[in-house]
Design a protein around this ligand. Structure first.
Ligand code: GAP
Length: 540
């Protein structure tokens, strides 16, 4: 099937705008970097994913390892909490990225995203002749770099050329060009000894020789400086250190603060979970890739409190369960990946962490984070217990013991989930009325059925309107009588609507309607009075 020239991501972003899934925020003022708004279809899709998560977490949680349904309750806590919350959680001191500014390009980079190549050139006798430092480059710069490299070698001077290395999970540029970069490297590797080093591993003297990723001159990068990701504001009339508050960077902490109240006021005891969906805010340094990494986003988090000795068992349970769930939402097995985070890369308090990753178009062939499942031990409760001086232990009356429960946390991005499901759903087929269409899981589709009178006369609109008035009570439907039937199908395909119901001349005599299936484009006759149950069965 021929594919258009434009990249899949560009096509998806433009479809989202055109059909009202996602718009740039504050667009009439030129937009605001890192902020996006959800349009009518996008909001409905996001709500459907959120509702599915809530249903499968809170209303009808999965069956646990002991064969019994697990117990989870839902809460909704404030975005702004007491500032001590963030001291205790570690966000105030630790939730910061080391940043490097470039005085020449005026760009800012995460220090751990800058890598430098250190090159040692050898002569024919393999003796070291000169040491050079260079970076990953754009293809068109290749010749220039090679020429510069030779020139610099002759001068016998030392440079580090740096490049911005994004984590493999969200770098469009790095992943796309990786093949080429490797090619380039292998070409020169025969003549050079090449060592790749993180910028942060260089001493100050060496750092001063680095040519920034977007700079021409050496020594324009500053030393790494700490930059906290939390947005702040002030409560009350006076704006000073005492009135300073923070917008939550995760929904999780609100759960920890209310864990004791929930324990005391609900009929729960470990193992049990508290779930929450809501907005989080991070002043991300490099928001990128559409709604993948934004400064305002939504999370679906659940903290599962268990007796300490059962921690690993529940960790394994939740990783498997969350992988299964995303599959059920429509992500194909080939596109989801369990990435076990190694000892050195985990938060210091985490006994185990697995990222559930998705193969986004901009990470392909690699994967990027969609959800993290972390075994957080008793770190958070212990911290809040210390900082608040409130005993947060669970008292097990039956066993006559008391303990701080351990916590397993499946933390998913809701807005990121919308992106993953849109990427998965996006189809391109030139033989269809609308080459671009969305193969969303029917129960998640923003509109479940389009209802069309074939023509706007001969009694058809009346029957179609009556059917619409009936179906709208149970399903999100759209009545559409404008333009040709092909154009109406095309509009519904782009919106991901799984069923189109047409009332035609035959309906008036035989009482049958024609239902077109989005995925197969096949049509079938269904009795008018059976349409509701047909939809309910197909959408359940
Ligand atoms: N309470 C743990 C926690 O917040 P996280 O890995 O930082 O963990 C969980 O976030 C999920 O939230 C991520 O897997 C991702 O889906 C989503 N997320 C995090 N930062 C985001 C951002 N800037 N934009 C969109 N989604 C984000």
């Amino acid at each position: 099937m021929p594919q258009p020239e434009t990249s899949l991501m560009n096509r998806l972003v433009s479809l989202c705008k055109r059909r009202g899934f996602v718009y740039p925020a504050s667009e009439i003022y030129g937009g605001l970097n890192g902020f996006w708004d959800f349009g009518p279809l996008g909001t409905q899709l996001k709500n459907n994913i959120r509702d599915a998560w809530w249903r499968d977490m809170v209303d009808c949680p999965p069956i646990g390892p002991d064969g019994q349904p697990v117990s989870i309750v839902g809460i909704d806590t404030s975005i702004i909490q007491h500032p001590k919350t963030w001291e205790a959680s570690g966000h105030l001191s630790g939730f910061a990225d080391l940043m490097v500014d470039c005085k020449e390009s005026k760009k800012r980079y995460r220090a751990d995203h800058i890598n430098v190549f250190e090159v040692t050139m050898r002569d024919e006798d393999k003796e070291e002749k000169a040491r050079l430092f260079f970076s990953y480059v754009e293809p068109e710069q290749l010749n220039e770099i090679v020429a510069g490299l030779i020139k610099r070698t002759k001068k016998d001077s030392q440079y580090y050329l740096s490049f911005e290395r994004h984590p493999r999970n969200d770098s469009e540029k790095y992943c796309r060009e990786e093949g080429l970069a490797n090619n380039f490297l292998s070409k020169i590797q025969s003549d050079f000894i090449l060592i790749e080093r993180p910028f942060t591993a260089l001493n100050a003297e060496e750092q001063a020789k680095v040519i920034g990723p977007d700079a021409k001159n050496a020594g324009t990068l500053t030393e790494p400086r700490s930059f906290n990701l939390m947005f702040n504001s002030y409560v009350g009339v006076f704006q000073n250190e005492e009135s300073k508050v923070y917008l939550r960077p995760e929904t999780a902490q609100g759960i920890f603060l209310q864990y004791k109240n929930v324990l005391d006021t609900s009929r729960v005891k470990p193992p049990f979970g508290i779930a929450q969906v809501g907005k989080s805010f991070r002043n991300e340094v490099t928001p990128r890739n559409f709604i993948f990494r934004t400064r305002e986003f939504e999370q679906m988090e659940m903290e599962f409190f268990v007796p300490p000795e059962d921690g690993m068992k529940w960790y394994e349970f939740w990783v498997a369960e969350r992988l299964r769930w995303w599959g059920e939402m429509g992500l194909s097995k080939a596109n989801i990946f369990r990435h076990e985070i190694g000892d050195g890369d985990r938060a210091f308090y985490s006994a185990a962490t697995a990222d559930i990753e998705y193969k986004y178009p901009f990470t392909d062939p690699n994967f990027g984070e969609l959800e993290g499942v972390a075994y957080r031990t008793d770190y958070d409760l212990k911290q809040h217990q210390t900082f608040s001086k409130t005993n947060l232990e669970y008292i097990d009356q039956e066993a006559k013991t008391r303990y701080l429960p351990h916590v397993i946390e499946p933390a998913a991005g809701l807005t990121r989930g919308v992106l993953a499901l849109l990427c998965e759903a996006y189809q391109y087929d030139e033989s269809r009325a609308s080459p671009e269409w969305l193969k969303l899981k029917p129960s998640l589709a923003p509109i479940k059925a389009g209802i069309f009178p074939l023509v706007n006369k001969d009694g058809m609109p009346e029957v179609a309107e009556k059917l619409f008035m009936d179906l709208r009570k149970t399903h999100t439907c759209q009545y559409d009588a404008k333009q040709s039937i092909g154009k109406r199908y095309a509009r519904m395909d782009e919106a991901g609507t799984p069923f189109c119901i047409t009332i035609d001349g035959d309906t008036l005599t035989s009482q049958n309607v024609t239902i077109r299936n989005r995925d197969t484009a096949q049509q079938e006759k269904v009795a008018l009075d059976q349409v509701k149950s047909y939809l309910s069965t197909k959408l359940s």
